[in-house]
Design a protein around this ligand. Structure first.
Ligand code: PD2
Ligand code: ZN
Length: 292
């Protein structure tokens, strides 16, 4: 059988993220060969990527991502939910990113940190090659997951997120609370899955992320969107909401983002990843894939 000698943009992104997550280049090249890639092509592709050289991809002229406006954000500089008023601090259309103030009260932030402190575990990813969960240098935070509606506080936050984003609560994965100490980070990644990991039984593709800052960080810890040239400085109770999936099933590569290392103090965030459809009974907690 003829061996594959071209790679797609999607595979290129996957390789980049897999490398950043700490998987060694040989394992990735070996996985490509197993999937039917020409051996010399797989290894030379890895070398080009490692040396940061340009790479010709088979789908360089893909249809551009179609941005779709979200109703809540068409209406001005304030957003109201049934229980809260919040101010829009920043709104960018392409990629779609908003920064909202006052999403959680100081007390809600403190309560969520308190609730999470004794549940923290090293953050993990799922190795696409072995399928096993593991800690990697690219994601050094600690974290914990909550089931949908696990406590009254979690329910309140989830209902508020659903009202702000116009995405039903059931489309959200379980809330995740992350804690970064000095030097800890989450290297550049996409939150959406590569096409071969989308499971329509479990909510389908991830299409948006709602990230709430639970404290002020003394230095570092910004959320960076390098392709968009944007840096969001954490502010207690404020939230960044970004959307990268549309009704055409496309995903927006401009949504690449990272959490840069904390330089002073610590950082606490709560993240909600939102899917296309209902997440389903068996999968109420978030799972972190290496594609992230
Ligand atoms: O903690 C952050 O700022 C951050 C940055 C990028 C969190 C995530 N991604 C995430 O949870 O997906
Ligand atoms: Zn992310």
């Amino acid at each position: 059988m003829e061996k594959i000698t071209r790679i797609s943009n999607e595979l290129k992104d996957w390789i980049l993220q897999t490398l950043k997550s700490g998987v060694n280049p040989e394992s990735i090249a070996a996985a490509m060969v197993k999937k039917g890639f020409d051996q010399a092509f797989a290894y030379s592709t890895m070398i080009r990527i490692l040396n940061n050289q340009t790479l010709k991809t088979s789908d360089g002229n893909q249809t551009p991502y179609i941005y779709e406006a979200i109703d809540t954000f068409k209406k001005g500089n304030m957003i109201s939910t049934t229980d809260r008023e919040m101010k829009v601090l920043l709104k960018i259309d392409k990629p779609f990113i908003t920064y909202l103030d006052n999403v959680l009260s100081t007390e809600e932030c403190d309560q969520l940190i308190h609730l999470s402190t004794n549940r923290l575990q090293p953050s993990e990813i799922i190795d696409p090659i072995t399928g096993e969960k593991k800690s990697v240098p690219g994601r050094t935070s600690k974290g914990t997951y909550y089931h949908l509606n696990e406590t009254t506080l979690i329910s309140t936050i989830e209902r508020r997120i659903a009202e702000i984003t116009s995405h039903p609560l059931e489309h959200g994965e379980g809330l995740q609370v992350l804690n970064y100490n000095i030097g800890e980070e989450y290297k550049a990644h996409f939150d959406f899955f590569p096409a071969n990991q989308i499971d329509m039984e479990k909510g389908g593709q991830r299409i948006a992320t709602f990230l709430i800052y639970l404290n002020d960080v003394e230095a570092g810890g910004e959320t960076i969107f390098p392709k968009a040239g944007i840096s969001i400085v954490p502010k207690k109770g404020a939230a960044v909401f970004f959307q990268y999936g549309n009704s055409h099933g496309q995903v927006d590569r401009m949504s690449l983002h990272s959490s840069i290392p904390v330089l002073k103090g610590e950082k606490w965030v709560a993240t909600k990843w939102i899917r296309q459809t209902d997440i389903g009974q068996i999968n109420k907690k978030s799972e972190v894939f290496i594609t992230k």
